[in-house]
Write a protein that binds this ligand. Structure first.
Ligand SMILES: Cc1cc2nc3c(=O)[nH]c(=O)nc-3n(C[C@H](O)[C@H](O)[C@H](O)COP(=O)(O)OP(=O)(O)OC[C@H]3O[C@@H](n4cnc5c(N)ncnc54)[C@H](O)[C@@H]3O)c2cc1C
Length: 386
């Protein structure tokens, strides 16, 4: 496996164990069938409890049976899962960073007791409802509302592009509380079997096909006060996105590495003009470029882990890493695909699948453009959003 500047040496025992466990899981449970799932547009749902048993959901959180591993170990886990498929990493990211994290950070003791152990074991599935049909990059203009009704709220609106919505037991729904002054954004734990809650799968995806995506419709759905998270304003959803984007910055490196390893192996075995294609300078230049870009992305991810571990990580730094590492994976998966010639466009080899997945990863959790603007604002003090 590509580790050109020997980052392995600095991993502690726990980090190696988690990485190796995830790598073995991907080799044995994901790789054999993932091409088929991608073609069929299905997610291997039998892996959901299995990933729970292995402690893959929010292992960087503490309490409630969660192992509280280092941020680097968590990152390595995301890297290995996405080397399998972005859909598998998305499952773990959504469950851990977008559902368990807000419950852990903003939930009451009862909410934590009720959901964290079940979500952690993969016995329950969660989803995160922020995006709406008319409000994607600008979620603060969301139209979903919550109105006080007795000792709870009535929620109305629709969310779209929601990973796992059709199979979720609970949705973290972000809505404007119209009963409070200034209509602040608040987070609601919405059980999907409540009256007025329906979900619909989105089937026609050409990217992230091995992942379940859907819409959530809320039609006057009643949610008790006890299921409201204790956070107000966009800092609620944005803080979750920072956690998930951190995982994506790591994960994208895994997808790129899988493409690189496939291309390297192919280049040493495939012969044209009487020699392995890897002996030709043009192919060597491609491998040199990919290896260098993966290595620099790895270094950025490792640095983020140090900053996160000591509590100094800023969301803008996560934006830089998400933006850089996903762009890198998008470009390098294309290069690997190219090196495989005609075989590269099939599901028999991973690069084209990763390449297709990267179109989603480039777009969700803040598009590449939006992260450019976040960095632009941080670098100039001038916001392009206003
Ligand atoms: C497979 C998949 C899974 C997803 N899972 C989830 C999920 O679990 N939960 C969830 O809430 N959301 C999810 N999303 C939604 C995702 O986060 C949004 O698609 C994303 O935020 C972009 O929103 P949009 O699609 O509405 O695009 P738009 O916001 O309409 O953007 C369209 C284009 O305009 C550009 N643009 C927008 N604003 C600006 C600007 N100010 N300056 C310059 N360019 C701009 C964008 O970069 C983009 O290129 C998922 C999406 C996909 C595809």
């Amino acid at each position: 496996m590509l580790d050109y500047v020997d980052l392995e040496t600095d991993l502690d025992q726990e980090e190696r164990l988690i990485r190796d466990t995830a790598r073995e899981f991907v080799d044995e449970e994901v790789r054999p069938d993932i091409g088929e799932h991608f073609l069929d547009g299905t997610f291997p749902t039998d892996l959901i409890p299995e990933m729970g048993e292995l402690g893959f959901y929010a292992p960087n959180l503490d309490g409630y049976g969660l192992p509280n591993v280092s941020e680097r170990a968590y990152g390595l886990l995301m890297q290995e899962l996405e080397a399998g498929d972005s859909g598998v990493r998305s499952m773990a990211s959504v469950q851990g960073a977008l559902v368990m994290y807000p419950i852990h950070a903003f939930g009451t003791a009862d909410q934590k007791e009720r959901w964290l152990p079940a979500l952690g074991r993969g016995e329950a599935v969660g989803c995160f409802g922020l995006t709406e049909p008319e409000h994607g990059s600008d979620p603060s203009s969301m139209a979903t509302t919550a109105e006080r009704d007795g000792d709870g709220y009535r929620l109305s609106g629709s969310k779209t592009w929601i990973t796992n919505a059709p199979i979720a037991d609970v949705a973290v729904v972000w809505a404007r509380d119209r009963s409070a002054e200034g209509s602040p954004v608040r987070g609601f734990l919405v059980e999907t079997d409540r009256d007025g809650v329906t979900t619909q799968p989105i089937h026609e995806k050409l990217s992230l096909r091995a992942s379940i995506t859907g819409e959530i419709s809320l039609s006057n759905a009643w949610v008790p006060e006890a299921d409201v998270l204790d956070v107000e304003g966009m800092k609620g959803p944005l803080s979750c996105l920072t956690q998930a984007r951190y995982g994506i910055a790591w994960g994208a490196v895994g997808a790129a590495r899988d493409c690189f390893e496939t291309a390297r192996e192919y280049a040493t075995e495939r012969e044209q003009f009487g020699r392995p294609i890897g002996a030709f300078q043009l192919q060597q230049e491609k491998l040199a470029e990919t290896a260098t870009r993966i290595t620099t992305a790895q270094l950025l991810a490792h640095r983020l882990a140090d900053l996160k571990e000591r509590g100094d990580l800023r969301p803008q730094q996560v934006s830089m890493a998400k933006r850089n590492n996903v762009r890198m994976a998008r470009e390098e998966s294309r290069r690997a695909r190219e090196m495989l010639g005609g075989n590269g466009i099939t599901a028999d080899y991973p690069p084209m699948r990763h390449l297709a997945n990267m179109e989603t990863v480039y777009t969700y959790e803040g598009t590449h453009d939006i992260h450019s603007l976040i960095l632009g604002e941080d670098l100039t003090g001038l916001s392009a959003f206003e």
